[in-house]
Design a protein around this ligand. Structure first.
Ligand code: DGY
Length: 418
């Protein structure tokens, strides 16, 4: 058996081991529930060897959809003391206990990939899910896109929890009403690889704020101290709209409404272009200020179908600074921290999305570098949550679902891309 085949076997075993029956946890103990975008990647991984199980992952994710169309970022399918903050803190009173925010909508894109692996089964399964996807995308359009780009109401909604993108906006959050609490994440992972207490106090304060508004989106829009337009959400949503339209076309649906969302968002994304940084950036919608954050999300523009000659040179320069690309934050900044979550480490899933876009836009050389970097990180250091961009040290949780998934679907030499 070749090295690649042995790693394929290990990756499949990780997906099976993290399967809790209909949904997959990101990793044991650290994240004991169903996370939204992790779950879509799990489906992408399953689609390489168990197409039925892949579609079940989406079904379970949408079982937690709210009446207003929102698909939560966490579904608390069963009680678990290993995680904080649990359902008692969120108080969302949803049919399936859940958080009150969403997460980057990669699901339609990865559902399309799953469909393309087996169009006969894909057609049957997406038929049942299509209207649910549409309602979720409509929710984003109605409740997150008031600036033209897509905004987040909590750092967790961008998936990049402690990215420096939010540092300035976080200053406006008052954590004085947060009662003492015990973090669980730092019991599972070295605290130097996780967000700080300063950040956590503000994360919890924002959860309490949403809870006190009864998770009413209009009240949150009006009064929340935190609202930031961000490239992760904007570009994953733009791409997801395009893929949802493609899926709708397969079903013979009228997709005109999606055309409107695509053209509005493609235009709106331009508010994220930071000419000084020569890159897409996050933008605080309360102050109007750019974050001045050169992150891996900055390079999701190609993935979104935005051909962007402007930031290619920025990416090339950034890649010269590290052994393994793409770092989640620029090493030139004093805030760079090579092993602290979204402030420096490399994430295999982000590399997958960035490279997918670059490849489609014809930038094959860089796309290949990112695939080879990711494959080497996994070969040398296992299926970690993230990695040090200088020496590849594995960081965060181990035996990670989405890292195993993108190995199977993209990074492995045996991967058959769709
Ligand atoms: C966590 O708990 O670290 C998650 O990223 C929140 O979604």
């Amino acid at each position: 058996m070749s090295e690649a085949q042995a790693l394929d076997d290990r990756a499949r075993k990780i997906l099976r081991d993290n399967d809790r029956g209909g949904h997959t946890v990101p990793t044991d103990r650290l994240y004991p529930y169903q996370w939204n975008w992790d779950s879509a990647f799990a489906a992408f991984g399953f689609s390489t060897f168990d197409i039925d199980r892949a579609w079940t992952e989406f079904d379970t994710l949408f079982s937690g959809q709210w009446a207003n169309g929102m698909v939560p970022h966490i579904l608390f399918h069963q009680p678990d003391d290993d995680y904080f903050p649990g359902p008692d803190v969120w108080c969302t009173h949803a049919a399936v206990p859940s958080s009150g925010i969403s997460q980057p909508p990669v699901a339609a894109t990865l559902a399309r990939k799953t469909y393309e692996r087996d169009p006969v089964i894909g057609r049957q399964r997406i038929r049942i899910l299509y209207d649910k996807f549409l309602a979720w995308h409509q929710w984003f359009n109605n409740h997150r896109c008031e600036s033209g780009a897509a905004a987040i109401t909590h750092p967790w909604e961008a998936g990049r929890d402690n990215a420096p993108d939010w540092d300035a906006a976080m200053v406006a959050i008052d954590p004085s009403g947060v009662a003492p609490y015990t973090r669980r994440d730092t019991g599972h992972v070295d605290p130097s690889m996780r967000p700080t207490k300063y950040d956590y106090d503000r994360y919890i304060a924002l959860v309490q704020f949403g809870r006190d508004q009864g998770w009413d989106e209009d009240k949150i829009l009006k009064d929340s101290p935190f609202r930031v337009a961000d490239p992760t959400t904007t570009f994953t949503l733009l791409r997801a709209h395009r893929d949802l339209k493609w899926l709708g076309d397969q079903l013979g649906e009228n997709t005109e409404i999606i055309d409107g969302w695509i053209s509005d968002l493609a235009q709106g994304a331009e508010i994220l272009w930071n000419a000084d940084l020569k890159s897409y950036d996050s933008r605080d919608l309360r102050s109007g200020n750019f974050a001045n954050s050169l992150s891996n999300a900055s390079f999701l523009s190609w993935y979104a179908g935005v051909e962007d000659g402007r930031s290619l040179a920025t990416l090339v320069e950034l890649l010269k600074k590290v052994k393994y690309g793409v770092p989640s934050f620029s090493p030139d900044s004093a805030k760079f921290d090579a092993r602290r979550y979204w402030r420096g480490p490399v994430w295999a899933i982000m590399n997958t999305l960035i490279a997918m876009g670059l490849g489609e836009a014809g930038h094959h050389e860089i796309a290949t570098r990112l695939r080879l970097d990711t494959a080497e990180l996994i070969k040398l250091n296992g299926f970690a949550e993230y990695y040090d961009p200088y020496d590849g040290t594995p960081a965060g949780g181990g035996t990670f679902t989405w890292t195993a998934a993108v190995w199977l679907g993209w990074a492995s030499p045996t991967a058959k891309e769709v």
